[in-house]
Design a protein around this ligand. Structure first.
Ligand code: FAQ
Length: 328
């Protein structure tokens, strides 16, 4: 039975059946780019790594609805409101595909949700920051969805079939999200001085937290080496962060905005933008539950879960009624 806190290597009993032959046959399948499917044999640590990553990803989508949900009633026009509603609903859908993908590994949705609500499970640090102005909604689409796509396109080639297939649709929707965010920023940047200042203010607040989304530096990333050997991850945290910076700095230039990093410069030799040091302490504090909005996000999620209890009970009662009719 899955337990989030267990050592990723699994129990002695599980490891005892993981013979060298089985492990090397598994790695050969991975190296040959074969997809691993739910009923295939897999090392216990591979299964646990996927449950950890996919459930954290699902939780991020679900908690990630809150910062934008904050602006649904205050979007500046009907058109913007309809677009934002569609986006937030997409995030709910992503969470559900991802919970389903994780369930194929033998963990129940109830267990994953319980881990989120108890504060045991992680979700992306980025969703613990407040959305103070309408420009934050543009910035979330532009930077947060932009970072999410950079990280998730390679996940479409992840070795685990159900996760890889779920990511194809998720990425298509994330692309639309990124475009809508950029469109908001573009509109603000062509607007009044106040609107442009609002866009710059949002970039100032979201830039560094967006870079933190990719996780710790490679040297500090405890899971990367194994996840890359298993082709769950195709690029390291630092490689993806660099790709994101290279693409995004040019978009900021196009918008006429300044990236808040005095050390940012283009390095002709490598063809990459070099950027300043990330405040890792901030990331670790947010992950530890001490970001600006961690408590409020979890509290709101717990309330939503308890307000929705009657829907789950009604669905369960209906399913039992159908099952007993089918059995009669
Ligand atoms: N926040 O060894 P690594 C989105 C944890 S979806 C919190 O490098 P790994 C859509 C990490 O879990 C955004 N925790 O770990 C959207 C691990 O902890 P553990 C979510 C973080 O797994 C947009 C520990 O630190 N995307 O944005 C963070 O190899 C707009 C050590 O780190 C995904 O989940 C962090 N930023 O690499 C929705 C994508 N970084 O489990 C609404 C899938 C690291 O040992 C609005 N996930 N940690 O206790 C991944 O690609 C990977 O899991 C990484 C981390 C890259 C996030």
């Amino acid at each position: 039975m899955y337990t989030q806190g267990l050592d990723q290597a699994g129990t002695d009993e599980q490891i005892a059946v993981e013979t060298d032959e089985l492990l090397s046959a598994f790695q050969e399948r991975i190296d040959a780019e074969e997809k691993i499917e739910p009923k295939d044999w897999m090392p216990e640590a591979y299964r646990r790594t996927l449950i950890r990553q996919i459930s954290q990803h699902a939780h991020s989508e679900i908690i990630g609805m809150q910062p934008e949900g904050n602006w649904l009633t205050r979007a500046p026009s009907l058109k913007r409101k309809v677009i934002l509603l569609a986006k937030v609903q997409d995030e709910a859908g992503h969470g559900l595909y991802l919970y389903s993908a994780a369930e194929t590994l033998g963990v129940s949705r109830a267990q994953m949700v319980a881990d989120l609500l108890s504060g045991k499970a992680k979700y992306s640090s980025i969703f613990n920051y407040p959305t103070l102005t309408w420009a934050d909604i543009g910035t979330i689409g532009w930077l947060v969805d932009g970072a999410a796509i950079m990280n998730q396109i390679p996940l479409c080639r992840c070795s685990y079939g159900p996760y890889a297939r779920a990511m194809v649709r998720v990425c298509k929707e994330e692309s639309f999200h990124q475009r809508q965010g950029f469109d908001i920023m573009h509109t603000l940047c062509r607007g009044s001085d106040e609107q442009k200042a609002m866009a710059q203010g949002a970039l100032n607040r979201w830039w560094w937290p967006s870079l933190m989304m990719f996780g710790p530096n490679d040297s500090e990333s405890k899971h990367s080496a194994q996840s890359m050997a298993w082709k769950i991850k195709r690029f390291s945290n630092d490689e993806l962060r660099q790709k994101f910076v290279d693409a995004t700095v040019q978009q900021a230039d196009f918008l006429g905005l300044r990236v808040p990093d005095d050390e940012l410069r283009f390095d002709e030799d490598s063809g990459h933008y070099r950027f300043g040091e990330i405040d890792w302490q901030e990331l670790f504090d947010v992950i530890a539950g001490n970001g600006p909005c961690n408590k409020q996000r979890l509290e709101k999620r717990r309330q939503a879960h308890s307000n929705g209890a009657w829907v789950r009970e009604a669905a369960q009662a209906y399913a039992s009624k159908q099952a007993s009719r089918a059995a009669a």
